[in-house]
Design a protein around this ligand. Sequence first.
Ligand code: F6P
Length: 337
Amino acid sequence: MTSGGDCPGLNAVIRGVVLKGIKSHDHEFVGFLDGWRGVVDGDIIELPRQRVRGISKQGGTILGTSRTNPYDGPNGGPENIAATLDRLDVDALIAIGGEGTLAGARELTDAGLPIVGVPKTIDNDLDATDYSFGFDTAVQIATEAIDRLRTTGESHHRCMIAEVMGRHVGWIALHAGMASGAHAILIPEQKVSTAQVAEWVREAHDRGRAPLVVVAEGWVPEGDAEPWAERGTDASGRPRLGGIGEHLAPEIEALTGIETRAATLGHIQRGGVPSAYDRVLATRLGMAAVDAVSDKRWGTMVSLHGTDVVVVPFEEALGNLKTVPQHRYDEAAVLFG
Ligand code: F6P
C-alpha cells in the first residue's frame, strides 16, 4: 500500500518488494489501492511479476494514494482491517508512507496487525532514516527550475523568489538553494526578518547580481503572523500552504526598490521520473521490507543508516521530525547576500 502524498520512487519500492519476494521467498502479492482507503475497503489488484516490469522509472504510484485514515468509516480500525486481510488471504501488509501513514501503521501493529513500514517523503523529514527516496529527485527538479529563474532574473535585473515544498522542514530549500547559489535561503526552522532578507537582496544587487531567494513553503517571517492563516485548512485538516513567495515579493520590492517576482514550484517537485539515486534507494528499501516481512518483524520500518539499509522499531523511528540542524543552516548562510 502507498499512502499520503506521492513521491518519485514509490513504484521502485513496489517493484523491489515484488521481485525480491517472489525470487527469494516465493511470496505472492496484491496491491491495496489508494492508501488506507483500499485497505479499509479491501480494494486490491493482483501484483504478479509482469505487473511491476519496468515501473521503477515511472513517477507516481501504480497503486494510487490518499490521505485517508485507517480508522475512517464503518470498516476502519484494527478488528475490521484484520478481518479484511483474513478474507483476502493476506498474511502481511507493507505500508509505504510518511509520518502520518506510519503512525497509523504503528497503532495497528500495537493492536496485533502484521505490518512493516517503508518511509516515504520528499521533505526528508523522517528522523530514523538518513535520506528518504524522492528527496533527491525533488532537489534536482527544484534546482533546475531555480537555475531557469536565475537567467530570467538576470535579463530583467530583477530579484527572483523560488518557493519550494517543505511544510515543517527546509531540507529541499537548503539543498536546492545551495546547489543553485541562492543569495538567501528561508526555512521553517529559522526565524529571519523580512528586513534581513531585503538586506541580503540589496547586497547581491549592489554587486551586480540578480538576487535569488529560495523559500520553503512553511517559512514564517520573524515577527509576522502566519501569512497563510486566513487561507484555512484543506480536506485533511492541514493548513493550506503555498503562497509565501507571493507574500514576500511585494515586501522585498517595497524595502529595496528592486523589482521582484515569485514562482511557486509546488507539485512539480513531486511528479515525474525519479532520479537514479532515488530508484536505487527505493528498490533497496522495498527489498529489505519484504525480508523483514519474511522474518515476521512486525512493527518495524526499514531505513537508511549511512549507506546501509537497516530495520528499526516504529517506536524508535516515529515521533521526531528531522529538522535542518543549526550548523547546516549556518554553513549555507555564509554564502548569503
Ligand atoms: O509532505 C510532502 C508534501 O509534499 C509537503 O511538502 C507539502 O506541504 C504537502 O506534501 C502537500 O500535500 P498535498 O499534495 O496534499 O497538497
